[in-house]
Design a binder for this molecule. Structure first.
Ligand SMILES: [Cu+2]
Length: 123
């Protein structure tokens, strides 16, 4: 009688622990996946269209690779004001990528069109 009660109690504790473990595993896994996907897809891409960079100011974490896609019908460049990176001419439909490894504000422009200016803020 006594041992039956003890083993029932033990099973209940074991069962509760299993539920707790599986719950925390599920929620941790799901939320981190969603965050990673959201960040990667949205925050590191710049579109070049209508003689402008969009967004004109992009904030990323250090180590992020930013890619620019030329969706305009003329060539453009992505040229750092301090010379730290330069895409050269990016043709229509082409892409240029640069990895920002250090924090800071990196202003850039298009060498063909002096009014085209934007920046990447690296945190
Ligand atoms: Cu341009």
């Amino acid at each position: 009688m006594k041992s039956k009660l003890i083993s029932a109690g033990f099973l209940f504790v074991l069962w509760s622990a299993l539920i707790l473990i599986s719950c925390s595993k599920d929620s941790g896994y799901g939320s981190s996946n969603t965050n990673n996907n959201g960040n990667n897809n949205q925050s590191n891409a710049v579109s070049i269209d209508n003689m402008a960079y969009s967004p004109s100011s992009l904030t990323v974490k250090a180590g992020t690779t930013v890619s620019w896609t030329n969706n305009d019908n003329v060539d453009h460049t992505v040229t750092a004001n301090d010379g730290s990176f330069d895409s050269g001419a990016i043709k229509t439909g082409s892409k240029y990528s640069h990895t920002f490894s250090t924090a800071g504000t990196f202003s850039y422009h298009c060498t063909f069109h002096s009014n085209m200016k934007a920046s990447v803020v690296v945190q």
